[in-house]
Design a protein around this ligand. Structure first.
Ligand code: GUN
Length: 290
Protein backbone atom coordinates (compact mmCIF):
# COMPACT_ATOMS: atom_id res chain seq x y z
CA UNK A 1 0.00 0.00 0.00
CA UNK A 2 1.31 3.41 -1.02
CA UNK A 3 -0.03 6.57 0.62
CA UNK A 4 0.25 9.28 -2.00
CA UNK A 5 1.94 12.33 -0.49
CA UNK A 6 0.02 15.26 -1.97
CA UNK A 7 1.97 17.75 0.16
CA UNK A 8 5.28 16.57 -1.29
CA UNK A 9 4.04 16.45 -4.90
CA UNK A 10 2.45 19.92 -4.58
CA UNK A 11 5.68 21.26 -3.06
CA UNK A 12 7.71 19.92 -6.01
CA UNK A 13 5.32 21.58 -8.48
CA UNK A 14 5.41 24.87 -6.55
CA UNK A 15 9.23 24.77 -6.53
CA UNK A 16 9.27 24.26 -10.33
CA UNK A 17 6.79 27.12 -10.79
CA UNK A 18 8.91 29.38 -8.59
CA UNK A 19 11.96 28.71 -10.75
CA UNK A 20 10.00 29.33 -13.92
CA UNK A 21 8.41 32.54 -12.67
CA UNK A 22 11.82 33.75 -11.49
CA UNK A 23 13.14 33.40 -15.04
CA UNK A 24 10.29 35.14 -16.85
CA UNK A 25 11.73 37.89 -19.04
CA UNK A 26 8.58 40.02 -19.11
CA UNK A 27 7.36 40.65 -15.57
CA UNK A 28 5.35 38.61 -13.11
CA UNK A 29 1.92 37.03 -13.28
CA UNK A 30 -0.89 38.60 -11.26
CA UNK A 31 -3.91 36.77 -9.85
CA UNK A 32 -6.93 38.59 -8.40
CA UNK A 33 -9.04 36.92 -5.72
CA UNK A 34 -12.60 37.96 -5.00
CA UNK A 35 -14.15 36.82 -1.74
CA UNK A 36 -17.77 37.59 -0.87
CA UNK A 37 -18.67 37.52 2.83
CA UNK A 38 -16.80 36.10 5.81
CA UNK A 39 -17.19 32.31 5.53
CA UNK A 40 -14.31 30.95 7.69
CA UNK A 41 -13.41 28.15 5.25
CA UNK A 42 -13.31 30.60 2.32
CA UNK A 43 -11.13 33.02 4.32
CA UNK A 44 -8.70 30.20 5.07
CA UNK A 45 -8.63 28.87 1.47
CA UNK A 46 -8.06 32.29 -0.06
CA UNK A 47 -5.32 33.06 2.46
CA UNK A 48 -3.56 29.81 1.55
CA UNK A 49 -3.83 30.59 -2.18
CA UNK A 50 -2.45 34.12 -1.60
CA UNK A 51 0.48 32.86 0.45
CA UNK A 52 1.37 30.22 -2.13
CA UNK A 53 1.17 32.78 -4.96
CA UNK A 54 3.51 35.11 -3.13
CA UNK A 55 5.97 32.30 -2.35
CA UNK A 56 6.18 31.58 -6.09
CA UNK A 57 6.55 35.23 -7.08
CA UNK A 58 3.02 35.58 -8.44
CA UNK A 59 1.47 38.89 -7.41
CA UNK A 60 -1.85 38.35 -5.59
CA UNK A 61 -4.61 40.91 -5.06
CA UNK A 62 -7.65 40.41 -2.86
CA UNK A 63 -11.02 42.15 -3.03
CA UNK A 64 -13.39 41.39 -0.15
CA UNK A 65 -17.03 42.24 -0.80
CA UNK A 66 -19.92 42.28 1.68
CA UNK A 67 -22.38 39.38 1.80
CA UNK A 68 -25.12 41.88 0.85
CA UNK A 69 -23.53 42.82 -2.50
CA UNK A 70 -25.85 42.71 -5.50
CA UNK A 71 -25.12 40.58 -8.53
CA UNK A 72 -24.71 43.73 -10.65
CA UNK A 73 -22.15 45.18 -8.24
CA UNK A 74 -20.22 41.90 -8.18
CA UNK A 75 -20.25 41.77 -11.99
CA UNK A 76 -18.89 45.33 -12.07
CA UNK A 77 -15.92 44.29 -9.91
CA UNK A 78 -15.23 41.32 -12.19
CA UNK A 79 -15.44 43.61 -15.22
CA UNK A 80 -12.79 45.91 -13.73
CA UNK A 81 -10.42 42.96 -13.47
CA UNK A 82 -11.39 41.69 -16.94
CA UNK A 83 -10.37 45.08 -18.40
CA UNK A 84 -7.16 45.38 -16.38
CA UNK A 85 -4.33 44.12 -18.62
CA UNK A 86 -2.07 43.71 -15.59
CA UNK A 87 -4.35 40.97 -14.19
CA UNK A 88 -3.83 37.49 -15.66
CA UNK A 89 -6.06 35.36 -13.49
CA UNK A 90 -9.36 35.98 -11.67
CA UNK A 91 -10.74 33.67 -8.99
CA UNK A 92 -14.10 34.14 -7.29
CA UNK A 93 -14.12 31.98 -4.18
CA UNK A 94 -17.21 29.76 -3.93
CA UNK A 95 -19.66 29.34 -2.26
CA UNK A 96 -21.36 32.65 -3.08
CA UNK A 97 -24.37 34.04 -1.18
CA UNK A 98 -27.73 32.47 -2.13
CA UNK A 99 -29.03 35.56 -3.97
CA UNK A 100 -26.14 35.42 -6.45
CA UNK A 101 -26.22 33.13 -9.49
CA UNK A 102 -22.93 31.24 -9.25
CA UNK A 103 -22.80 29.94 -12.84
CA UNK A 104 -23.63 33.40 -14.25
CA UNK A 105 -20.88 34.86 -12.06
CA UNK A 106 -18.26 32.38 -13.26
CA UNK A 107 -19.30 33.12 -16.84
CA UNK A 108 -18.69 36.82 -16.24
CA UNK A 109 -14.94 36.19 -15.97
CA UNK A 110 -12.96 36.70 -19.18
CA UNK A 111 -12.33 33.07 -20.25
CA UNK A 112 -8.65 33.90 -20.87
CA UNK A 113 -8.38 34.80 -17.15
CA UNK A 114 -10.55 31.94 -15.88
CA UNK A 115 -7.84 30.17 -13.86
CA UNK A 116 -10.56 28.21 -12.01
CA UNK A 117 -11.72 26.64 -15.31
CA UNK A 118 -15.39 27.22 -14.43
CA UNK A 119 -16.37 29.27 -17.51
CA UNK A 120 -18.64 27.53 -20.02
CA UNK A 121 -16.02 28.08 -22.74
CA UNK A 122 -13.31 26.29 -20.76
CA UNK A 123 -15.61 23.41 -19.87
CA UNK A 124 -16.40 23.16 -23.60
CA UNK A 125 -12.69 23.13 -24.45
CA UNK A 126 -12.15 20.31 -21.93
CA UNK A 127 -14.92 18.37 -23.63
CA UNK A 128 -13.31 18.97 -27.03
CA UNK A 129 -9.84 18.07 -25.69
CA UNK A 130 -8.55 21.53 -26.61
CA UNK A 131 -5.46 22.06 -24.44
CA UNK A 132 -5.62 25.86 -24.75
CA UNK A 133 -8.42 25.96 -22.12
CA UNK A 134 -8.21 25.96 -18.35
CA UNK A 135 -9.05 22.81 -16.39
CA UNK A 136 -10.63 23.22 -12.94
CA UNK A 137 -7.94 22.98 -10.26
CA UNK A 138 -9.17 20.01 -8.20
CA UNK A 139 -9.68 17.63 -11.15
CA UNK A 140 -6.39 18.85 -12.66
CA UNK A 141 -4.74 18.03 -9.32
CA UNK A 142 -6.26 14.54 -9.33
CA UNK A 143 -4.81 13.86 -12.78
CA UNK A 144 -1.39 15.13 -11.69
CA UNK A 145 -1.42 12.86 -8.61
CA UNK A 146 -2.32 9.87 -10.78
CA UNK A 147 0.39 10.76 -13.30
CA UNK A 148 3.16 11.32 -10.77
CA UNK A 149 2.23 8.16 -8.84
CA UNK A 150 2.47 6.25 -12.15
CA UNK A 151 -1.01 4.79 -11.82
CA UNK A 152 -2.00 3.25 -15.16
CA UNK A 153 -5.37 4.50 -16.43
CA UNK A 154 -5.41 3.22 -20.01
CA UNK A 155 -8.13 0.61 -20.41
CA UNK A 156 -8.79 0.64 -16.67
CA UNK A 157 -12.17 1.06 -15.04
CA UNK A 158 -12.36 4.40 -13.24
CA UNK A 159 -15.42 4.92 -11.05
CA UNK A 160 -16.19 8.55 -10.17
CA UNK A 161 -18.42 9.02 -7.13
CA UNK A 162 -20.15 12.37 -7.54
CA UNK A 163 -21.30 14.45 -10.53
CA UNK A 164 -20.49 18.02 -9.43
CA UNK A 165 -19.51 20.75 -11.88
CA UNK A 166 -16.30 21.38 -9.94
CA UNK A 167 -15.02 17.80 -9.55
CA UNK A 168 -17.08 14.83 -10.75
CA UNK A 169 -17.93 15.97 -14.27
CA UNK A 170 -14.51 17.40 -15.23
CA UNK A 171 -12.71 14.43 -13.61
CA UNK A 172 -14.85 12.14 -15.77
CA UNK A 173 -13.90 14.04 -18.94
CA UNK A 174 -10.21 13.97 -18.01
CA UNK A 175 -10.18 10.23 -17.36
CA UNK A 176 -11.98 9.40 -20.60
CA UNK A 177 -10.01 11.73 -22.88
CA UNK A 178 -7.37 10.45 -25.25
CA UNK A 179 -4.02 10.76 -23.50
CA UNK A 180 -1.98 9.84 -20.47
CA UNK A 181 -3.50 9.78 -17.93
CA UNK A 182 -6.72 9.04 -19.76
CA UNK A 183 -8.10 6.38 -22.10
CA UNK A 184 -10.02 4.90 -19.18
CA UNK A 185 -13.46 3.35 -19.11
CA UNK A 186 -15.38 5.63 -16.77
CA UNK A 187 -18.54 5.09 -14.74
CA UNK A 188 -20.08 8.03 -12.88
CA UNK A 189 -22.13 7.23 -9.77
CA UNK A 190 -24.33 9.66 -7.84
CA UNK A 191 -27.12 9.87 -5.30
CA UNK A 192 -29.61 8.06 -7.58
CA UNK A 193 -27.28 5.20 -8.54
CA UNK A 194 -28.62 1.74 -7.77
CA UNK A 195 -26.41 -1.09 -6.47
CA UNK A 196 -23.59 1.36 -5.81
CA UNK A 197 -21.25 -1.09 -4.07
CA UNK A 198 -21.52 -3.53 -7.00
CA UNK A 199 -20.18 -0.79 -9.25
CA UNK A 200 -17.50 0.63 -6.95
CA UNK A 201 -16.17 -2.91 -6.37
CA UNK A 202 -15.36 -3.05 -10.10
CA UNK A 203 -13.18 0.06 -9.92
CA UNK A 204 -9.48 -0.15 -10.65
CA UNK A 205 -9.39 3.52 -9.68
CA UNK A 206 -12.03 5.09 -7.44
CA UNK A 207 -12.39 8.87 -7.30
CA UNK A 208 -14.56 9.78 -4.30
CA UNK A 209 -16.07 13.27 -4.48
CA UNK A 210 -19.42 13.20 -2.74
CA UNK A 211 -18.73 15.15 0.44
CA UNK A 212 -19.85 12.49 2.94
CA UNK A 213 -17.48 11.51 5.73
CA UNK A 214 -16.30 7.87 5.60
CA UNK A 215 -18.87 7.01 2.91
CA UNK A 216 -16.60 4.51 1.13
CA UNK A 217 -16.22 1.38 3.25
CA UNK A 218 -14.00 -1.64 2.66
CA UNK A 219 -16.95 -3.63 1.31
CA UNK A 220 -17.12 -1.15 -1.59
CA UNK A 221 -13.50 -1.57 -2.70
CA UNK A 222 -11.75 -4.19 -4.82
CA UNK A 223 -8.43 -5.35 -3.32
CA UNK A 224 -5.58 -3.73 -5.25
CA UNK A 225 -7.62 -0.68 -6.29
CA UNK A 226 -6.23 2.86 -6.19
CA UNK A 227 -8.30 5.53 -4.45
CA UNK A 228 -8.31 9.29 -4.82
CA UNK A 229 -10.24 10.84 -1.93
CA UNK A 230 -11.50 14.33 -2.73
CA UNK A 231 -13.70 14.73 0.36
CA UNK A 232 -13.00 17.40 2.97
CA UNK A 233 -15.41 16.72 5.84
CA UNK A 234 -15.22 18.03 9.38
CA UNK A 235 -16.32 15.56 12.05
CA UNK A 236 -16.43 15.82 15.87
CA UNK A 237 -13.26 14.65 17.66
CA UNK A 238 -13.00 15.23 21.39
CA UNK A 239 -9.24 14.53 21.36
CA UNK A 240 -8.59 17.68 19.27
CA UNK A 241 -8.32 21.19 20.66
CA UNK A 242 -10.80 22.44 18.05
CA UNK A 243 -13.17 19.58 18.89
CA UNK A 244 -13.19 18.51 15.22
CA UNK A 245 -10.95 16.93 12.61
CA UNK A 246 -10.88 16.66 8.82
CA UNK A 247 -11.67 13.36 7.14
CA UNK A 248 -12.25 12.31 3.56
CA UNK A 249 -15.10 10.48 1.83
CA UNK A 250 -13.24 7.20 2.42
CA UNK A 251 -12.98 5.25 5.67
CA UNK A 252 -9.20 5.47 5.42
CA UNK A 253 -8.19 3.16 8.30
CA UNK A 254 -10.39 0.30 7.10
CA UNK A 255 -9.89 0.77 3.35
CA UNK A 256 -6.21 1.70 2.99
CA UNK A 257 -4.77 -1.79 3.72
CA UNK A 258 -6.67 -3.07 0.66
CA UNK A 259 -5.35 -0.43 -1.73
CA UNK A 260 -2.46 -0.25 -4.14
CA UNK A 261 -2.45 3.56 -3.81
CA UNK A 262 -4.57 5.89 -1.69
CA UNK A 263 -4.58 9.63 -0.97
CA UNK A 264 -4.90 10.78 2.64
CA UNK A 265 -7.09 13.62 3.94
CA UNK A 266 -5.62 16.07 4.72
CA UNK A 267 -2.46 16.03 2.61
CA UNK A 268 -3.74 14.40 -0.57
CA UNK A 269 -5.78 16.26 -3.18
CA UNK A 270 -6.13 19.52 -1.17
CA UNK A 271 -2.59 20.88 -1.65
CA UNK A 272 -2.71 19.91 -5.33
CA UNK A 273 -5.71 22.19 -5.94
CA UNK A 274 -3.66 25.21 -4.87
CA UNK A 275 -0.63 24.11 -6.95
CA UNK A 276 -2.83 23.73 -10.06
CA UNK A 277 -4.27 27.22 -9.55
CA UNK A 278 -0.74 28.59 -9.66
CA UNK A 279 0.03 26.55 -12.78
CA UNK A 280 -3.10 27.93 -14.46
CA UNK A 281 -2.12 31.49 -13.51
CA UNK A 282 1.30 31.07 -15.12
CA UNK A 283 -0.38 29.57 -18.21
CA UNK A 284 -2.72 32.60 -18.44
CA UNK A 285 0.23 34.98 -18.09
CA UNK A 286 2.19 33.22 -20.83
CA UNK A 287 -0.80 33.15 -23.21
CA UNK A 288 -1.31 36.90 -22.69
CA UNK A 289 2.36 37.75 -23.09
CA UNK A 290 3.32 35.58 -26.06
N1 GUN B 1 -14.69 26.55 -3.45
C1 GUN B 1 -14.38 25.26 -3.26
N2 GUN B 1 -13.51 24.84 -4.20
C2 GUN B 1 -13.26 25.90 -5.00
C3 GUN B 1 -12.42 26.12 -6.12
O1 GUN B 1 -11.73 25.24 -6.63
N3 GUN B 1 -12.44 27.37 -6.63
C4 GUN B 1 -13.20 28.36 -6.12
N4 GUN B 1 -13.17 29.55 -6.72
N5 GUN B 1 -13.98 28.20 -5.09
C5 GUN B 1 -14.01 26.98 -4.52
Amino acid sequence: MNIIDGNKIAKDIIEDLKNEVGQLPNGRPTVAFIRVGEDPASISYVRKKQKTAEAIGIHAELTVLPESISQEELFAVIETYNKNDAVNGILIQAPLPKHIDETATFNQVDPRKDVDGFHTLNIGKLCQEDASGFVACTPAGIVELIKRSQIETEGKHVVVLGRSQIVGKPATLLMVRKGTPGNATVTVCHSRTQNLADITRQADILIAAIGKAHFVTKEMVKPGASIIDVGINRIPDATKKSGTRLVGDVDFDAVSPLCEHITPVPGGVGPMTVAMLMQNTLKAFKAMNS
